[in-house]
Design a protein around this ligand. Sequence first.
Ligand code: PGA
Length: 250
Amino acid sequence: MLKKPLIAANWKLNLNPKEATAYFEDLKKNISSSDFENLAFFPPTIDLQVTSEQLKNTPAFWGSQNVYTEISGAFTGENSVEMVKSLGANMCLVGHSERRTYFKETDEEVAKKVQLIQKHEMIPMICVGESLVQRDSGKTFEILNAQMRTVINILDENRPFVIAYEPVWAIGTGKVATPEIAEEAHQFIRSQLSELLSKEVAQEVLLLYGGSVKPENAAELYKQPNIDGFLVGGASLKVDTFLQIYKATI
Ligand code: PGA
């Protein structure tokens, strides 16, 4: 069951299986089992086996940083929803801006992945966000609208999903969005959900902010009424800073 706050760790291409094991062992020493209800982990795919072992018997959310648009076949180098699910994963990150930028993922591919993830009874965490050029040219809402619309067209609103707003200009740059900028985008996303799906779904869905979240800025951001948690990259790589962010929200 998803509840506020939800603090998600996106390790990106960092931490090998041995380091992942040490991370989770350290984490488990520092929090109680019920805290895991508020945490999500997206390790590199090669760490999913140890993640599965380490998070077994906890209520944590976890899964891969991406999945392919097909379930099986001749697609060298890819991983499918079914494979990730077979390890016990319950969530998948999808549409991260690094996937969209470096791997040229389109809104349509993101939508197809969301559909597959939901079909396999896992929860998609769908990333949306504008680039600096798009923001500077006044296109933020237009971009968010286009990204949301394509996904919403295929989304099953009766199954859980999470949206992460990550302005591309704030990811890994140290430039965090001000609480006002983040709140404005979150409000817009919620209004889109209300218009395109329903008021009830819009109220219930968790909207996370991502982009240079740190222990120093987490509390201020979390005070905003439409920010329900965070998707954390760099600061999630150390148990200590990740937990400081979580503790800033409780
Ligand atoms: P960052 O990354 O916290 O390092 O800016 C966030 C993300 O890309 O998910």
